[in-house]
Design a protein around this ligand. Structure first.
Ligand SMILES: [Fe+2]
Length: 261
């Protein structure tokens, strides 16, 4: 198990620290990160300041740590948001539901893919909004890693699950993965997201825990491809053989040689 950590609003890692977030006057929310389990998962707690409500994103592994953080901050966990249905992102759902009367949210496409979702989840489509007290959470449908993968946009933050990592992206070779869809998802994100957006990924695979989207457009090799065929080759065959973590920035043009197999 890795140390729990806390990511404040400016994105700096504070291992084993649970200090107060640096709230801005205008932000009705703060987002806390816990790194939990053997796979470097990030579990996020979205806090709505006015109502004291909280949403857990991808509850997994050491649920007591999530509950302790909510308790310490005086929060009621009312919602569970899933970025996708892989085991390392959902194995804490039951643990949360045992002590919290929380509503489960996921995309309809992911529920269909998962096939074993719980009774009465709230099923969404891309573009939907979830209200957490005064905090607006926009649901983005970002297929590629799984058919119903979601990202959650809260102000200038984007919780990206296994769609986009800092200087990486989710694999597409598991059941339900589709590298062509991932190519289009990343292109859509590049078209739609301000570069100032701060991404909060589903795993701690890079040299740092968060990044601006603009920095990803510049240095994330998966954002560098204009040709879908080359992107698919890079995602499916080249990347995992030639690149090792922790992921760092890659210069444009350096991701994969033209003659790579
Ligand atoms: Fe995953």
């Amino acid at each position: 198990m890795r140390k729990a950590l806390y990511t404040n609003m400016s994105g700096h890692r504070q291992a084993n620290s649970m200090n107060e977030a640096s709230m801005t006057e205008t932000a009705p929310f703060s987002i806390h990160a816990l790194e939990l389990g053997p796979m470097e998962n990030f579990v996020y707690l979205i806090e709505d300041s006015a109502s004291g409500r909280a949403a857990v994103v991808d509850p997994a592994w050491e649920v007591p740590e999530v509950l302790a953080l909510a308790k310490k901050r005086g929060l009621r966990i009312t919602d569970i948001l899933l970025t996708h249905s892989h085991h390392d992102h959902i194995n804490g759902i039951e643990g949360v539901l045992q002590v919290c009367d929380a509503q489960l949210h996921l995309l309809k496409d992911e529920a269909r893919f998962w096939g074993s979702y719980m009774d009465l989840p709230t099923l969404h489509h891309g573009g939907d909004h979830i209200r957490l007290g005064d905090t607006d959470i926009q649901v983005l449908h970002t297929p590629g890693h799984t058919p119903g993968s979601a990202c959650y946009r809260i102000g200038d933050r984007l919780i990206t699950g296994d769609t986009l990592f800092v200087f990486g992206c989710g694999r597409c070779d598991l059941r339900g993965g589709d590298a062509e869809q991932m190519f289009h998802t990343l292109k859509d994100m590049e078209r739609d997201l301000p570069h100032s957006t701060i991404i909060l990924p589903g795993h701690n695979y890079a040299e740092k825990t968060t990044s601006s989207f603009g920095e990803q457009v510049e240095g994330n090799p998966f954002m560098h491809f204009d040709d879908m065929g080359r992107f698919v080759r890079y995602r499916m065959f080249y990347h995992d053989k030639h690149r090792h973590g922790p992921y760092r920035s890659v210069r444009k043009g350096d991701a994969m040689p033209d003659n790579a197999n």
